[in-house]
Design a protein around this ligand. Structure first.
Ligand code: CTP
Ligand code: MN
Ligand code: MN
Length: 472
C-alpha cells in the first residue's frame, strides 16, 4: 500500500547497486520492475521475478537508476519510503512509481503493464481493511470491504474524484471515506495504521500457516506470538496439520505456477491410471479458470462407470505415499448422499494434502538477494524451495461419482464468489438449490440430472459462462 507517484526531490541520478547481471527480452521498453523482498520473502520474489520475465517484462535484481516500477507487498507507504531512504541516502532513482503487488498481479494477468490507476491503491486499501476486519471475526464488515473492492475492480474507468463514484453500488460510508482520503491525501491514515500495527502483522503471519484459522491465530497473537518461527520455540502444542504448516511455511506461501500444477496433475494421473484404468482426472479451481498461479492444485477424479471410483482415494494416497510424494494429508470421508440440507459444503471423499514436487525443468531459479542486506527477517519455516530440488505443494484430491461429475466440476472450478452468487441466484430466482452434488428443484421435489456444465446453466435458464469468466 504505497503512494502512487512521488518523484525525487533532487535532480541527480543515484545508481544504488552496480551492474545489472541479466537483460532478458524486454517487450515493454520504459518499464523496469524491481520487487522489494521485505515481507515478500525470497521464494515468492524469485517466483514472481521468473513469472514476469517469462512474460517479457524486465525485472531488475537490484534497485538501479533505470528502475521505473518498485513493487512491494504488505508494506505501508511510509515503510517503503523509509527503506528507499536507507538504500539511496535520500536520493531517489529517476522517475520511480511505487506500486503495490496488485498492479503487478493485474499486469501478469493481462500480459502487459496495466495503466497505473488510482484504483489499485484504492483496492489495496480496502483489501487491507477487509483482512483486518476478518482478523477480528467481523465477517460482515470484511465482506463489505471486499465487495467495495471488487466493485472498484470492475469499473471501466479510472477513479480520480469522488464524483466518479456517484451511483456506484456496494460502496458503504466507511469505504467511501477511505477512498476520499486516498484521493485527497494520497494515503489513508487508517489503512497505514493497520499495516503498521503489530496485531495485523502477527495475524497476517500466523493465519498464513496452513491449518491455522483466525481464532487460533488470535489466541496466539494475544499471547505475544508474532511469527511461525515463534511457534516452534514457544512449546505450543501444534496439530499435525499446523506442524506441516510451519514446516512448509515458505513453500505453501509461495504461489503454485501453472507448470507446477500441470506436473502435479501428471503425477496424480499416472498414479490413478495405474490403479484404475479409465478414470478421469481434471484440473479444476483457479487453474481451470485460466489463472497463472494459485495457492493449491485442485484435482477432481471420477470414473465413467459409476461405483468404480469407490475406494480409489485410499489406494491413490497409499500409492503416492509409497513413492515418497505424500508429505501430509487429512482425509475427509464422503458421507454419500447429495447433502442438500447441509449448505454449501459437499460430501465427497477427499484429501487435503501436501505433495512433494521434484524439480521441474525451468522452474524455480535460485533467488538473487544481492540487495537484501537491510531486510528485516521475514518469517520462515524450515522449508524453502531454493537449492534442495523439490518443493511442497498443497493439493486437493476430490473423488466424485460420475453422475455428479458436472456439478462437482462446476462447484470446484470456483471462484468462491462466483459459486456463492450462482447458488444465491438458483435459490432466489429459480427456487432451486445448487451445490457440488446436484441441482434440486424445490417445488417438484426432484434433482435435475446433468451430464455437462452447459446443461446445468440451461437448467438455471442462464447462458453458459465459461470458466475464465468466473473469476468474479
Ligand atoms: N471448494 C469447495 N469446497 C471446499 C473447498 C473449495 O467446494 N471445501 C470449491 C470452492 O467453490 C472454490 C473451489 O473449490 O471456488 C476452489 O477452491 P480453492 O482452491 O480454495 O480456490 P481457487 O479458486 O482454486 O483459488 P487458488 O488459486 O488460490 O487455489
Ligand atoms: Mn485452488
Ligand atoms: Mn483448493
Amino acid at each position: 500500500m504505497v503512494p502512487l507517484k512521488r518523484r525525487r526531490k533532487d535532480g541527480g541520478a543515484a545508481p544504488i547497486a552496480g551492474v545489472q547481471e541479466r537483460a532478458p527480452v524486454n517487450r515493454f521498453p520504459g518499464v523496469e520492475i524491481f520487487l522489494l523482498e521485505r515481507r515478500m520473502g525470497s521464494s515468492r520474489r524469485a517466483f514472481l521475478t521468473q513469472l514476469a520475465r517469462r512474460k517479457g517484462f524486465r525485472v531488475q535484481d537490484t534497485l538501479g537508476d533505470s528502475v521505473t516500477h518498485l513493487v512491494s507487498e504488505s508494506n505501508s507507504g511510509d515503510e517503503v519510503w523509509e527503506w528507499l531512504d536507507r538504500q539511496t541516502g535520500g536520493q531517489m532513482p529517476g522517475s520511480l512509481s511505487l506500486l503495490d503487488i496488485s498492479w503487478f498481479t493485474d499486469s501478469m494477468e493481462t500480459g502487459r503493464p496495466v495503466e497505473i490507476l488510482d484504483r489499485h491503491r484504492l483496492q489495496d486499501a480496502l483489501e487491507v481493511l477487509a483482512e483486518n476486519a476478518e482478523f477480528s471475526e467481523s465477517e460482515g464488515r470484511g465482506l463489505a470491504f471486499r465487495k467495495a473492492g471488487s466493485v472498484l475492480r470492475s469499473l471501466p474507468f479510472a477513479v480520480s474524484r469522488m464524483e466518479d463514484l456517484r451511483g456506484v453500488p456496494c460502496l458503504g460510508e466507511h469505504s467511501r471515506k477511505i477512498i476520499q482520503e486516498i484521493l485527497e491525501d494520497g494515503v489513508s491514515g487508517e489503512v497505514e495504521g493497520v499495516l503498521r500495527s503489530e496485531r495485523y502483522r502477527a495475524m497476517k503471519a500466523l493465519t498464513g500457516v496452513f491449518g491455522v484459522g483466525v481464532k487460533t491465530a488470535d489466541r496466539w497473537a494475544r499471547e505475544g506470538l508474532r511469527t511461525p518461527g515463534d511457534l516452534l520455540t514457544s512449546g505450543h502444542r501444534l496439530s499435525r496439520e499446523q506442524e506441516a504448516g510451519v514446516r512448509y511455511y515458505e513453500d505453501l506461501n509461495c504461489p503454485v505456477t501453472r507448470a507446477e500444477a500441470d506436473a502435479i496433475g501428471e503425477i496424480v494421473k499416472e498414479a490413478v491410471h495405474s490403479i484404475l484404468p479409465g478414470a478421469r482426472v481434471t484440473l479444476t479451481g483457479g487453474f481451470r479458470r485460466g489463472k497463472e498461479a494459485g495457492h493449491d492444485v485442485d484435482l477432481l477424479i471420477t470414473h465413467p462407470e459409476e461405483g468404480k471410483e469407490e475406494g480409489l482415494l485410499g489406494k491413490l494416497t497409499s500409492w503416492l505415499d509409497s513413492q515418497g510424494v505424500l508429505l501430509y494429508q487429512r482425509v475427509s470421508e464422503g458421507s454419500g448422499g447429495r447433502g442438500r440440507e447441509s449448505g454449501p459444503m459437499d460430501h465427497f471423499h477427499r484429501s487435503f494434502s501436501i505433495l512433494k514436487l521434484g524439480e521441474q525443468p525451468g522452474a524455480q531459479p535460485g533467488a538473487s538477494s544481492a540487495d537484501q542486506t537491510q531486510e528485516a527477517a521475514a518469517p520462515r519455516g524450515q522449508g524453502g524451495a531454493q537449492g534442495r530440488g523439490w518443493r511442497a505443494v498443497r493439493v486437493d484430491l476430490v473423488i466424485c461419482p460420475y453422475s455428479q461429475y458436472a456439478y462437482a466440476l462446476l462447484g470446484w472450478t470456483g471462484s468462491q464468489q462466483f459459486e456463492r452468487d450462482l447458488r444465491r441466484f438458483a435459490s432466489q430466482e429459480r427456487d432451486m438449490s445448487l451445490n457440488s452434488h446436484g441441482l434440486y428443484q424445490r417445488e417438484q421435489n426432484r434433482y435435475l440430472p446433468a451430464a455437462s456444465e452447459e446443461e446445468i446453466f440451461t437448467h438455471l435458464g442462464l447462458e453458459f459462462i465459461p470458466p475464465p469468466q468466473r473469476n468474479a
